[in-house]
Design a protein around this ligand. Structure first.
Ligand code: MN3
Length: 202
């Protein structure tokens, strides 16, 4: 049984002017869709077909002979997660338990933002910046290409895709402006708070 491209959790124009419908038509409609197609082609008629995506990504991580399945499967997971990290009129300072935990583990929300922007802008080439729960502590991390906290024993709470395809149509080379805009205007902290709430070992 093949996996399917999940629909965006918002209208394609809902994030404008911060993220354009044009960007989403390529990023979701072409890039994310291609990862789904590639994953299905690579797993067809194998023991991975019909298994949960998360389980397959964890099972093939680190196996050079399964790198294609890992790259495409992890990218499907990362993108589906990323869309949920965005919402219209989002961003700004989170509330409640998430804010308390950020203040406890980073010192302040401002320090978290600084650390997250540094991770996002220093990821050389393609990759992702993350807020994760690792051993009960919130951390900012970055991963290259398709790599994902799923395979590092961490619980992902929030991410920003920093592959050029995520921002080039709207921001050209200005990755720092893209990341700042997501944090200020699009971040779905309700989703991050739900991920914290259901995380083990918090
Ligand atoms: Mn992407």
């Amino acid at each position: 049984m093949a996996i399917e491209l999940p629909p965006l959790p918002f209208d394609a124009k809902a994030l404008e002017p911060h993220m354009s419908a044009n960007t989403l038509s390529f990023h979701h409609g072409k890039h994310h869709a291609a990862y789904v197609t590639n994953y299905n082609n690579l797993t067809k008629d194998t023991p991975y077909a019909g298994k949960a995506l998360e389980d397959v990504v964890k099972a093939v991580a680190g196996d050079p002979s399964k790198i294609g399945i890992f790259n495409n499967g992890a990218q499907v997971w990362n993108h589906s997660f990323f869309w949920n990290c965005l919402k219209p009129a989002g961003g700004g300072t989170p509330q409640g338990q998430l804010l308390s935990k950020i203040e406890a583990d980073f010192g302040s929300y401002g320090k978290f933002v600084e650390d997250f922007k540094t991770a996002a802008t220093t990821q050389f080439g393609s990759g992702w910046a993350w807020l994760v729960l690792d051993g009960g502590t919130l951390k900012v991390t970055k991963t290259a290409n398709a790599d994902t906290p799923l395979v590092h024993g961490q619980t992902a709470l929030f991410t920003v895709d920093v592959w050029e395809h995520a921002y080039y149509l709207d921001y050209q080379n200005r990755r720092p402006d893209f990341v700042s805009t997501v944090l200020a205007n699009l971040a779905n902290w309700d989703f991050a708070a739900k991920n914290l709430d259901k995380a083990p070992h918090k």
